[in-house]
Design a protein around this ligand. Structure first.
Ligand SMILES: N[C@@H](CCC(=O)N[C@@H](CS)C(=O)NCC(=O)O)C(=O)O
Length: 206
């Protein structure tokens, strides 16, 4: 059985858990807060969550875990069958992850630990987020799903990464990313009803 390490409060842990549920794979959750201890780094070389364990071997990074799970359990597919469209769905997921979520994440210390972020950082975040959100809107299809007609891994990145970024952007730098992207806001509302995501949310407090 696959072991999923991390904490339920983490957006990337939640994304990976939703993916395991979508794939109907058996898994066991193991509480493991981020750490720089040697045994943790063996599972996740940057000391981050999530990571998974399969038959005594470890894998970290949500996209790498996705690549593994997609091959392990091809159905239901989380990428379009067309190879180029599959690439486009991953391109969208990458921009959400690297150019929106990772940028907004610079504001996390202020929200999570009350550590104020400098005005200089806030200005940089506003500028970088502007570019990142424009990149996402060029690739976002939203008809009806993020990358086109089918639910894909890109939808999970929309929900868990664009979602966190929009909360951070609003709280810390006063930007309403969802107001600028009504299609994303509408999709996020629909995704919240999806059984995998609703289950992750229902279990988040535990
Ligand atoms: N690129 C990683 C990001 C994972 C990540 O940022 N995890 C956060 C929690 S949501 C974490 O472990 N932070 C603790 C740290 O950076 O030390 C992925 O896609 O899995």
């Amino acid at each position: 059985m696959i072991k999923l390490y991390g904490l339920r409060m983490s957006n990337y842990y939640s994304l990976t858990k939703a993916l395991l549920i979508e794939k109907e794979l058996d898994f066991e959750e193991v509480k493991a807060p981020p750490s720089q201890k040697e045994d943790y780094l063996e599972r996740s070389p940057m000391g981050k969550m999530p990571s998974i364990e399969v038959d005594g071997r470890f894998l970290s990074e949500s996209l790498a875990i996705f690549a593994y799970l997609e091959r392990l359990q091809p159905a239901p597919a989380m990428l379009p069958a067309d190879p180029f469209e599959a690439g486009k769905a991953l391109e969208l997921a990458c921009h959400i992850k690297l150019d929106v979520e990772l940028v907004a994440r610079r504001c996390l210390p202020e929200v999570l630990m009350g550590q104020p972020v400098s005005d200089e950082t806030k200005d940089q975040v506003r500028g970088d987020l502007g570019k990142g959100v424009k990149a996402v809107s060029r690739l976002f299809v939203g008809a009806p799903y993020a990358a086109g007609s089918d639910f894909t891994i890109a939808d999970l990145y929309v929900y868990y990464c664009f979602g966190l970024a929009s909360m951070l952007a609003e709280k810390v730098v006063g930007l309403d990313l969802l107001a600028e992207q009504p299609g994303v806001a509408e999709l996020m509302q629909r995704l919240a009803e999806r059984p995998s995501i609703a289950r992750v949310q229902a279990e988040a407090g535990g």
